[in-house]
Structures are given as structure tokens and as C-alpha cells.
Design a protein around this ligand. Structure first.
Ligand SMILES: Nc1ncnc2c1ncn2[C@@H]1O[C@H](COP(=O)(O)OP(=O)(O)OP(=O)(O)O)[C@@H](O)[C@H]1O
Ligand SMILES: [Mg+2]
Length: 390
């Protein structure tokens, strides 16, 4: 991979005269994440070229750069122990790069290649930590928009070993806004898309709740809620219908997951409620403080092998509070929570109105017709009332 001046992007490449690339941490081609050395502050950072402006007009490229810098600024305001800190957004050869906290870690996506699926009690702890960070972001008006196993990192060594952090805040939004002149383009990863976003609505805090639910579901079930398909269109269609595969392995987490995966955004918990529901599965109601800031633990009080390297696994931690038989029970045969509601035509209509009102210029004709129909109905009703009154 080379930059626009033909210089190879690889070890020793210097970004913005300050960040010296060392080794690739993940990803591939454009968008790879690198471990780099910040020469100014003499510390290790993770750095990622967000998107290439190659092939864009100068106008579009400038718009993208502005978006990335704006979103980077917003993301940099977030400071939370369960979120990867954004340090800087910088331009190198005209391309935007994001500089962030380096966390020696394994992503949940990678963990799922080590363990096919992860015990619900462990995933509930990861979920509660990430939900706490997201709830703070939502309070600040920031929506993540691309929650998925690849964006949840679990420290695998060092003092933070076993602690989860959410990454890539603001990236989907910056890239999405730059590519979107057209509201019909969908940003996000198809397997974790909430129904309303699959049907064209703007992502909201409630859509993050769904995508986090889908991410946690994938970790316990071993596959995403809409199944696996190489064809993104197929997944988007399934997501649009909101029909998830009923969870079979999620055990004590089943109720919370079904709540987060409600097709109708208004029926989902807020992120703060989801955090508390997830924590309650592990430590009972009101016990979230015993999970936040602590490493994920097995019921025996060790960092699970899927989360950490050998040295960390051996570290004995304070055990979780004693598990009630209910919390240790295998997956119930019958789910207590009723299956999520199906999407009705009324939901679709409401979503469409919300979207149309958010982008009125793109829906002038249907909105005018709907307005005219509403006015006609109003006049008819008033005339009828007056006639009857007389
Ligand atoms: N701040 C970080 N510190 C350490 N490793 C990181 C950091 N950010 C990302 N990584 C590693 O790099 C990998 C690739 O990250 P990247 O964000 O490019 O991919 P992704 O999230 O799987 O997909 P996408 O490119 O769609 O976001 C991650 O899975 C993780 O292992
Ligand atoms: Mg990522």
C-alpha cells in the first residue's frame, strides 16, 4: 500500500512528521491499524488511515477531511475507562489518519476465533462495561453507529488485562456523512444493523443498543442474529424485517438480549438500562460497580483463556459474588421473554415519516401529498361536525 506520492506505507513510515509506524495490529490494506511511536510525547499509540481520498474530486476530498476532523474532535471529548481514547486526527499526504490510545488487546471478533462462543456470564460483563461507555457517549449526543465484535477490544496483558473498551467512535459517522449525499446509502456493518437503519432511518442511540445486543448475541451464539451470508443485500433484507434467529445458547442473558434486539426502537432499553440489565445477570440488581473497571472473570475468578495471554490468566482475581443457581443454570428451554415484536406496516410508516421529516428536501412530493391528504381529512371532519351541529 502506497500513499498518493508513491511512498510505501509500512514500518518506519512517518505520519504527519510525528507518528512513526512500527507494526501492523490488524485490518488490511487501507484502514489497517498500526502500532506507532509518538515522537513528540514519546509514547505508543495506535494509528489508522480512516479512508482514502483517492479518486474523489477535490471538493469531496475536502469535505471528507473536514468531516473526519470534526468527528475526531467530538470523539476526542469522550473520556471513559471503557472507551479507546482518541488523541488526534491528522492529515498525511492529504489523507486523514486517526491517532488513538494503544491497548494491547484482542478484539471480540478475534476472541471468537479462539473460542467458538463465550459463556453468557462473561459476555454480560463485557456488555455492561461497553454499555457504560456508550451511555456516557449518548448523554453527550454521540452515536457510535458501527458496533460489532471487531470494535470491542479486551486488554490481553498489562495492568488492564481482561478489561473491555469500545473503539472506532465517530469513524462511521465521518465516513458516512462524507459519502452520503444520498440518504439511501446505509452505513454500518450489515450483520449488526438494526431494522430501522436497514430500512433507511438515521442511526440513533437506540440503534446502538440493537447493534450492541447483536454483538453480544454473536459472542454467545457463535453467529450473528440474522445468520451468516456473504451477500450483504440478503443480510440487509433480513435486518429490515427484524426477524432474528431465536437464541439457543445465551442462557441467563437471553432476556436482556431479546430486550436489546427488539425490532421497534421505542421498545428497547436505553443504553444505561441495558448496562444495568447486563450487570444484574452477573451480580444481581444494583451491582454494576462490581463490574465496571474490573477484568472480565469466569465464575472461578480468573480472566478467561479467550481474553488473555497465559501470564494474565494465572492472575487470581477477587471472585465474582456467589452465583445463584438461577444464574448458573444452563440455557432455559423456554425463553421467559416473549419473542420480539414483528415489524408492522405501522412501524414502517412511522419510520418513513421520521426519515422523510429529517430529510424533507428528498421527499417533497410524498410529504406534500400526505400533507394535502391530512388537510382534506381535517376539512371533511370539521364540515361533518358543523353539519351535524346545525
Ligand atoms: N486502539 C487499538 N489498540 C490496539 N489494537 C487495536 C486498536 N484499534 C484496533 N486494533 C486492532 O486492529 C484490528 C483492526 O481494527 P479495525 O478497526 O481496522 O478493524 P475492524 O474494527 O475489525 O473493522 P473496521 O475496519 O470495519 O472498523 C482490531 O481488530 C484490533 O485487533
Ligand atoms: Mg474497528
Amino acid at each position: 500500500m502506497a500513499d498518493r506520492y508513491g511512498q510505501i506505507i509500512g514500518p518506519d513510515y512517518l505520519v504527519a512528521g510525528r507518528y512513526r509506524l512500527r507494526s501492523k495490529l490488524g485490518g488490511g490494506g487501507m484502514g489497517a491499524v498500526w502500532l506507532a511511536h509518538d515522537r513528540l510525547l514519546d509514547r505508543e499509540v495506535a494509528i489508522k488511515q480512516i479512508i482514502s481520498t483517492a479518486g474523489m474530486s477535490e471538493f469531496e476530498a475536502n469535505r471528507l477531511r473536514e468531516n473526519v476532523i470534526r468527528e475526531g474532535r467530538v470523539a476526542a471529548k469522550l473520556s471513559h475507562k471503557h472507551a479507546i481514547a482518541v488523541y488526534d486526527v491528522t492529515l498525511e499526504a492529504g489523507e486523514p489518519w486517526l491517532v488513538m490510545e494503544y491497548l494491547p488487546s484482542r478484539s471480540l471478533a478475534k476472541a471468537l476465533t479462539v473460542a467458538e462462543h463465550i459463556p453468557p456470564i462473561e459476555i454480560a460483563q463485557i456488555g455492561a462495561q461497553v454499555a457504560d461507555a456508550l451511555s456516557q457517549a449518548h448523554d453527550a449526543g454521540i452515536v457510535h453507529r458501527d458496533l460489532k465484535p471487531g470494535n470491542i477490544l479486551i486488554a490481553d496483558r498489562g495492568p488492564d488485562a481482561g478489561v473491555a473498551k469500545v473503539s472506532d467512535f465517530g469513524i462511521a459517522s465521518a465516513v458516512g456523512d462524507a459519502q452520503l449525499h444520498d440518504a439511501s446509502v446505509i452505513t454500518g456493518t450489515p450483520a449488526y444493523l438494526p431494522p430501522e437503519v436497514a430500512r433507511g432511518a438515521e442511526p440513533t442511540a437506540a440503534s446502538d443498543v440493537f447493534s450492541l445486543g447483536a454483538t453480544l448475541y454473536t459472542a454467545t451464539e457463535g453467529q450473528p442474529p440474522f445468520g451468516i451470508d456473504t451477500d450483504a443485500e440478503v443480510l440487509i433484507t433480513r435486518a429490515a424485517h427484524g426477524q432474528i434467529i431465536p437464541p439457543g445458547r445465551s442462557g441467563v442473558l437471553t432476556d436482556v438480549l431479546l430486550h436489546m434486539l427488539e425490532p421497534s426502537p421505542t421498545r428497547r432499553p436505553t443504553m444505561a438500562q441495558a448496562r444495568d440489565e447486563l450487570a444484574a445477570v452477573v451480580v444481581g440488581p444494583g451491582g454494576v460497580g462490581q463490574i465496571l473497571g474490573h477484568p472480565v472473570r469466569t465464575v472461578d475468578g480468573i480472566i478467561p483463556p479467550w481474553a488473555a495471554r497465559q501470564s494474565a490468566v494465572r492472575r487470581q482475581l477477587p471472585p465474582l459474588p456467589p452465583m445463584s443457581p438461577q444464574r448458573l443454570a444452563p440455557a432455559p428451554a423456554l425463553q421467559r421473554r416473549p419473542a420480539p415484536t414483528r415489524i408492522t406496516d405501522l412501524d414502517s410508516l412511522r419510520d418513513w415519516f421520521r426519515m422523510a421529516l429529517a430529510n424533507p428536501h428528498q421527499h417533497v412530493l410524498p410529504l406534500t401529498l400526505a400533507g394535502a391528504a391530512a388537510a382534506a381529512a381535517f376539512v371533511t371532519v370539521v364540515t361533518l361536525i358543523l353539519t351535524v351541529a346545525r
